[in-house]
Design a protein around this ligand. Sequence first.
Ligand code: DX5
Ligand code: ZN
Length: 223
Amino acid sequence: MIAPSILSADFARLADEARAVEGSDWLHVDVMDAHFVPNLTIGLPVVDSLLKATDIPLDCHLMIDNPDRWAPPYAEAGAYNVTFHAEATDDPVRVGRDIRAAGAKAGLSVKPNTPIEPYLEILREFDTLLVMSVEPGFGGQSFIPHVLDKARKVRKLVDSGELTLVVEIDGGINDDTIEEAAEAGVDCFVAGSAVYNAADPGEAVRKLRRQAAAASKHLTLGS
Ligand code: DX5
Ligand code: ZN
């Protein structure tokens, strides 16, 4: 699956920018609050408008403090997947359950230096694990390869039937890095600058998908 990130799109033309990547699996929406991360982007009103402008399922990545309070409204609004950061709450299980109860898939995200081990036990409460491969906050950064160990570990649990989970990666994904991530067992790839800085964003998505599919061919991916 490919999830173009509108962080690298033209915010004044979001409906057109969504149309440019029609056929993508998810549209990744980076919500930043200038507290959990230094940057400030968009929030619920823009997500509400995007939901009317596109049929692509919205993948909301909340880089915000207090997801306990602010994550469920994105699910209620109609986002397909709502991901928050493990580092931002003391009770990720409760937040995940609230997101699911509000009608969306629930995602847990970990920053590059956050170990996955403390969270393995609770991953069954989630539909998505978003492994950050850059420090959250900005697009256009370089891929951090060591995070793939986390993807490999969780992929094993998915393949052995212990977990049902989409393993998603976010940050620095482009045609130089996507194969390595696919080989590690990632099955959803967020790409911002690699898609929206391309002359033809739709073609960039198709090319990334072809590369990921070819690189993961030998893996026994879970369904
Ligand atoms: C970064 C965001 C990413 C960002 C990725 O904090 O979570 O989704 O858009 O951008 P690229 O693909 O340019 O690294
Ligand atoms: Zn993101």
